[in-house]
Write a protein that binds this ligand. Structure first.
Ligand SMILES: Nc1ncnc2c1ncn2[C@@H]1O[C@H](COP(=O)(O)OP(=O)(O)OP(=O)(O)O)[C@@H](O)[C@H]1O
Length: 264
């Protein structure tokens, strides 16, 4: 689906209902309720260890790969439950792309990095693959920069280019939801700005959830914000609201103190 046609469809929401995650029976977070609005950017903020990354790993079901984990509660994507053993997680991750903190291109060519997920999902037609590679690189503003070096090793790219390639690799499967786990924190300030602008440009085309330690970034690009906190070493949700509410009219004393840099 092209980005222009995406603008005409309703993007899926994610409903997080009383979600708890346990590692080896110990809760990482408990009782999280968040409505993640379709086509908007929801920024997850909060101190280290309060469960933000673990929360993302429940949405994309990467948590299934960690032994001795247990989830309680529900996550619904466009109303459909996505937890449970019967869900085809490979197919789910076609709809929910993830971009990690450290740009992690595979150690082979730029072309193969982008062709790999397509082949994994059964797309083998060379013309279609080349069309989708060009489209996804254009979507992240990389096409002009690297169109003449598609067969060079992706590890030869700069840090910012690598991260944009990883975003292109997520976009190539045409997901509706994108999860970003501190996508700028390993980048220099200029590359960080380029990637941040790119994420902001995805608003209205994808449902975006971003974990960031950079409060200014959350304020700049978020539509909604969720402050995670810890009580007795267990993650909780201190507050969810519009970014305007979180930063200018917080309802919780914890949020007020965290935003002002007094706590956390
Ligand atoms: N694979 C794991 N096995 C056991 N415990 C884990 C695992 N991953 C995370 N945890 C624990 O779960 C809690 C939440 O960690 P998580 O990384 O989700 O927090 P975070 O808010 O994303 O932190 P940061 O901002 O530092 O990335 C922590 O106590 C952490 O030690």
């Amino acid at each position: 689906m092209s980005n222009s046609s995406k603008q005409n469809i309703v993007l899926p929401s994610l409903n997080i209902d009383n979600l708890s995650l346990f590692y080896h029976k110990k809760p990482a977070f408990k009782g999280i309720n968040i409505p993640i609005h379709g086509g908007k950017i929801t920024a997850l903020i909060g101190p280290s260890g309060c469960g933000k990354s673990s929360f993302l790993s429940c949405i994309n079901r990467l948590v299934d790969m960690i032994p001795n984990t247990h989830i309680e509660g529900n996550i619904r994507l466009d109303g459909l439950p996505i937890l449970g053993k019967k869900i085809d997680t490979l197919n789910l991750r076609r709809h929910i792309g993830t971009i990690f903190q450290k740009p992690n291109p595979f150690p082979f060519s730029i072309y193969k990095n982008l062709a790999f997920p397509l082949k994994e999902h059964g797309i083998k037609d060379k013309n279609k693959i080349e069309y989708l590679i060009e489209k996804s690189l254009k979507n992240v503003g990389l096409w002009q920069e690297i169109k003449d070096r598609l067969h060079q090793n992706a590890l030869s790219l700069s840090g910012g280019q690598k991260q944009r390639l990883c975003i292109a690799r997520a976009l190539i499967l045409e997901p509706e939801v994108l999860l970003f786990d501190e996508p700028c924190s390993a980048l220099d300030p200029i590359s960080s700005g380029v990637v941040e602008d790119l994420i902001a440009s995805l608003r209205d085309k994808y449902t975006v959830v971003i974990v960031t330690h950079n409060l200014a970034q959350a304020k700049r690009i978020g539509d909604y914000g969720a402050l995670f906190w810890t009580e007795n070493n267990i993650g909780t949700l201190a507050e969810f609201g519009t970014i305007e509410q979180i930063f200018n009219h917080p309802q919780s004393e914890i949020t007020r103190a965290y935003i002002q840099g007094i706590r956390g």
